[in-house]
Design a binder for this molecule. Structure first.
Ligand code: MAN
Length: 359
């Protein structure tokens, strides 16, 4: 008898292709996979539960067609941080492989299926199969399942570039209402036999993108202002009782003093902490402004007293923050017009006019 091990025995000795080991490896992989899936489902479930709690209040505030619409406060979501960003942006964009149309970007996160793969209507009273979202059939009494079609009589479609809601009856009716034509996604056209006259106000499909026309830009500007004014209420609530000399009327700017905001330019990262400091990080780290003195009339915050090294005549670096009205806090731009003098363009509701309720 030959003492040499066979090829198969050799393979077994090396531990490769052992069917039992392969089976165990597959089993372990499967268990991990199931646990992982389960965690994702749990996250969905928790997310929906949070929505259920905040949904009805959200919806009361956001009755369709009501001009004082306020975006729902972002729910405290307990999503795996690794996926949080995706859940809030990408996933909500597509439903059943098609675009989730007519939903404000910041509201896409509400269009997530729960563990049973259902959509919870905004009023929190009904759950429907998730496939029924935007399927051109109205299921939710509040119209929230059909943001992108005209199926719900009380539905509404959000024109993202104009920051404006349309009654959903205007979706796919052959008339371009959104400046980018996004409301006419089905390509419906009105028969020429009907002789509907095309005017500046009535644009017939197929639509072209006219968002950069003067009139639309004006409208966008005023819609942004309106959203900003609505959002300002939170700033006034937050600033109640604060020093008005420092933080403006009603303490509106106080909310900005408790956070820092980043801006990346090609050469530097700027960190803007209103009322505290502004820093510039590149090859070196410099403080380019400190403190803050508000001039409400011009909507500017002057932050002097930064580092003077390498500046002409050792002049201290300084920053002037100019506030621009908009619905969210964001540093739009940082520039250095004069050496060591920095100009920060900062969008915030704090500088918006107070909301008068009927704009
Ligand atoms: C650094 C930066 C610049 C600044 C120069 C001045 O490089 O702070 O923004 O212009 O110093 O020498």
């Amino acid at each position: 008898m030959d003492d040499q091990p066979t090829q198969r025995q050799l393979r077994l000795m090396n531990g490769r292709s052992n069917p039992f080991q392969t089976f165990i490896a597959l089993l372990v992989t499967a268990v991990f996979f199931i646990l992982f899936q389960n965690q994702i489902l749990n996250n969905f479930q928790r997310h929906q539960a949070i929505m259920r709690n905040s949904g009805s209040e959200t919806h009361n505030k956001a009755k369709y067609g009501h001009h004082g619409f306020q975006a729902p406060a972002a729910p405290i979501r307990s999503v795996n941080p690794k996926f949080a960003q995706r859940f809030a942006t990408e996933i909500g964009i597509k439903v059943n492989g098609t675009l989730l149309r007519g939903v404000k970007k910041s509201d896409r996160k509400y269009y997530l299926p729960n563990a049973k793969f259902e959509f919870l209507c905004f009023d929190g009273n009904q759950s429907i199969p998730f496939q029924a979202v935007n399927n051109d059939y109205c299921d939710c009494v509040d119209g929230s399942d059909e943001p992108g079609t005209s199926a719900c009589p009380n539905g509404r479609f959000y024109c993202e570039p104009e920051h404006e809601y349309l009654p959903s009856s205007r979706v796919n009716d052959g008339i371009c209402d959104c400046c980018d034509g996004s409301d006419e996604w089905k390509g419906v056209t009105i028969s020429p036999d009907l002789n509907v006259p095309e005017t500046k106000k009535v644009r017939l499909a197929p639509c072209s993108d006219v968002c950069h026309d003067y009139e639309h830009e004006k409208r966008l500007e005023s819609n942004i202002k309106r959203e900003g004014s609505i959002a300002k209420k939170e700033y006034l609530d937050f600033g109640q009782g604060q020093d008005e000399e420092l933080y403006g009327k009603g303490g509106a700017y106080y909310k900005l003093s408790v956070k820092c905001y980043l801006y990346k330019s090609p050469g530097y990262v700027y960190t803007v902490c209103p009322y505290k400091n502004v820093t510039q990080d590149g090859k070196d780290h410099w403080v380019i402004g400190r403190g803050g003195e508000l001039d409400e009339d011009s909507g500017t915050l002057t932050m002097p007293g930064g580092d003077g090294d390498h500046c002409p005549n050792g002049k201290l670096r300084s920053s002037i923050v100019t506030f621009i009205c908009g619905p969210l806090d964001e540093v739009k731009y940082v520039s250095e017009k004069e050496t060591c003098v920095y100009s920060v363009k900062f969008v915030t509701p704090a500088v918006c006019p107070d909301f008068d309720g009927n704009r």
